[in-house]
Ligand binder design. Sequence first.
Ligand code: DX5
Ligand code: ZN
Length: 224
Amino acid sequence: MIIAPSVLTADLADLATDCREALDAGLNWLHLDVMDGNFVPNLTFGPPVIKSLRKALGDRAVFDAHLMISNAELCFQDYIDAGCNHLSVHVEATTHLHRLVTAIRDAGATVGVVLNPGTPVDAALEVLSELDLVLVMSVNPGFGGQSFIPAVEKKIRTLKTAIDAQVAAGGRPVQIQIDGGVKAHNIAMLQSWGVSNCVVGSGLFNDKASLSENLDVIHTALQG
Ligand code: DX5
Ligand code: ZN
């Protein structure tokens, strides 16, 4: 199970310090929530901040950019140039999904598509052979600290079946990532559904305990 800390709930004024803490605790993915104030009702950061973070951290981490933006087709290259290794794009935010997914791959990044809670799984299945990852949103995107939506189970199980069939036929393995409301109390259940990559924001970055203490609790839950 990959644990990808979401920096949305980190201290954005001291981002590199919080990210280093995650890397020092043994994590090697960083989930970068890019919001444009248009596709989602919140605004975070873009390529210049990501470029500075890459400079501060060197090559240590996989930069996983969750692009909650309109017009990703016009600017995805900027995120790759800033140091992102992986880009995930929302199926709801682009008309030409297949074109965008293949363009990102051709530009040298790994690629994922994201499904909002109200979006059927079919759009991801249509491009599954082109993907490295499908991100299932278990909250409506825009904010950290929201409650997990359990109805996503059906979508995840459908994806798992389709990915297993693709791999059995010699096709590409695809990670199932989940994002929103993931905590120690539900992470083992998500693993049993077939999730292999969990984004965790407020479950790691909070005022109750340090990141490494929170991570220990999550690891114990996964082992138990
Ligand atoms: C929501 C973001 C998530 C969020 C996760 O739009 O995509 O990555 O920050 O935060 P938690 O884990 O607190 O739900
Ligand atoms: Zn996210």
